[in-house]
Design a protein around this ligand. Structure first.
Ligand code: SAH
Length: 213
């Protein structure tokens, strides 16, 4: 698990790229500059770790493109100590970004292989999510609700109702909605049953799958 000067240099270039594409939040940019993304990837892809691209990880899944991670995180407007739920732990990279921002992180993954691998890996790097859960993200995490923010990192065919229900007043759900292509969508809770909806263009994610357990 080496993080060399070369890696750090490549990472600063990645930060510049993501900034050039429109990310402004200094805390998000700092997180990307701090996290050794190459360590979240399988050895065959190490050389590509600091390109602004998604790459395959285990179990046919992907580590999201850094720009996408930054875009979704920026929409959450996280403050230190915020309680954030992530759906789709995957490699743990997005969870590490949330930890860097000082959030209390809860994250759900439905692939056991990824759940196990990432549960061991994140603490090794010093990232301590509050809870990593092996389970179905469609249900959210009612026992820990309400959340300041919920971030879905897989393409959702529809917006799962439990996720909206588990937001605090003023809380935000960031979710890519659609089948082949997804529209990045932000919901802000304004009341018991009132939500403000904002849309932010097209993205492509691996699908949010129904529970198979
Ligand atoms: N946030 C991840 C991106 C992983 S890709 C990262 O930073 O690397 C999306 C992840 O969502 C995959 O790991 C996939 O297994 C998971 N996933 C898909 N459907 C799910 C569901 N219903 N509940 C929880 N996780 C799910």
């Amino acid at each position: 698990m080496k993080d060399t000067f070369k890696h750090k240099g490549l990472r600063q270039k990645l930060v510049e790229t993501v900034k050039f594409k429109g990310i402004k939040d200094e805390n998000v940019l700092r997180a990307i500059g701090n996290i050794p993304r190459h360590l979240f990837m399988d050895s065959g892809f190490l050389d590509h770790a600091y390109q602004d691209k998604a790459f395959p990880i285990a179990a046919n899944q992907t580590i999201s493109q850094p720009y996408t991670v930054a875009f979704q995180t920026e929409l959450l407007q996280i403050k230190k100590g915020n309680k954030i739920l992530e759906i789709g732990t995957g490699s743990g990279y997005q969870a590490a970004v949330l930890c860097e921002l000082g959030a209390k992180v809860y994250s759900i993954e439905r692939q056991q292989e990824l759940f196990k691998k990432t549960s061991k890996f994140l603490p090794k790097l010093g990232y301590m999510p509050k809870k990593l859960i092996f389970g179905d993200g469609y249900k959210g995490l009612p026992e820990e609700a309400p959340f300041d923010g919920i971030i879905v990192t897989a393409g959702a065919p529809f917006v799962p109702k439990p996720l909206l229900a588990q937001l605090k007043l003023g809380g935000k759900l960031v979710i890519p909605v659609g089948d082949d292509v997804q529209t990045m969508t932000l919901y802000i809770r304004k009341g018991a049953k009132e939500f403000e909806k904002h849309e932010f263009g097209d993205f492509r994610f691996v699908p949010l799958l129904e529970d198979k357990n």
